[in-house]
Design a binder for this molecule. Sequence first.
Ligand SMILES: NC(=O)c1ccc[n+]([C@@H]2O[C@H](COP(=O)([O-])OP(=O)(O)OC[C@H]3O[C@@H](n4cnc5c(N)ncnc54)[C@H](OP(=O)(O)O)[C@@H]3O)[C@@H](O)[C@H]2O)c1
Length: 279
Amino acid sequence: MEIVKLNNGVEMPILGYGVYQVTPEECERCVADALSVGYRSIDTAQAYYNEESVGRAVKKSGIARDEIFITTKVWISNAGYEQAKASIDESLRKLQSDYVDLLLIHQPFNDYYGTYRAMEEAYKTGKARAIGVSNFYPDRFVDLAEFCEIKPMVNQVETHVFNQQVEPQKIMERYGTHVMSWGPFAEGRNEFFTNTILKTIGEKYGKSVAQTALRFLIQRGVIVIPKSARKERMIENFNVFDFALTNEDMQEIGGLDQKKSLFFSHYDLEMVQWLVGYK
Ligand SMILES: NC(=O)c1ccc[n+]([C@@H]2O[C@H](COP(=O)([O-])OP(=O)(O)OC[C@H]3O[C@@H](n4cnc5c(N)ncnc54)[C@H](OP(=O)(O)O)[C@@H]3O)[C@@H](O)[C@H]2O)c1
């Protein structure tokens, strides 16, 4: 497994497994399957309501805690120093662990400066080995990164072949922040899995569209956490380290970039109102 060295020296697998939209009932089995396939990084969040299942699966796996990298995120309704602090302890309880490897602010809404201060404290007291943000567009990202004490180690943003985040990645690099992709397959939108360019390039290496798309991001240094509830796809998505795309392949896939979200915009008032109301 390739690793990424975060700006505090912590090593994180460049490929992990995400559990968004995995029900609490299904999640324990999914994480157990992912661990048996070889994944050693799991991405969950308070708002996914499956931290407990992740914790149980990790515990039951018998794999040493320090061999597994766990990420969770503080939701908007838990924002602000006091509430975020309490919610971090609650996440640790659910995850059955004294620490998380990476703690993120899920969305840049509500009192996220207070949240970040609680996370900096969690970092200093050993409850989080690394901290960062998610869904921070360049404007809010720069604002926070300029004025916080501990620079975010990661910004988890929608990143896939149709929304490649090339310019935002450069901005994040100035602060030593790594891009972590959510939705590496755009959840199948825009006919992702039948895209001709990805298909044709993948065929040269005997690889699928999914594998080619992940490889593209990995070669750009982007951390990926594809989700699948199916073990055979978990295996497929894991097998992306035995081939390399050429510069020409990278350029051709680079041409698919539409530089905009296939999901939502934080500049869309209705979407923001929906997000801040979600509990
Ligand atoms: N920070 C945030 O706001 C945020 C937002 C969204 C997601 N995330 C994180 O990012 C992770 C990944 O993103 P995502 O779950 O939204 O979407 P995704 O990984 O882009 O796509 C998942 C979808 O692709 C299908 N799939 C997976 N592997 C496949 C393959 N090899 N061939 C064909 N279909 C395949 C899955 O179906 P099956 O399950 O049926 O295989 C599922 O429908 C999440 O689980 C979560 O941890 C974070």
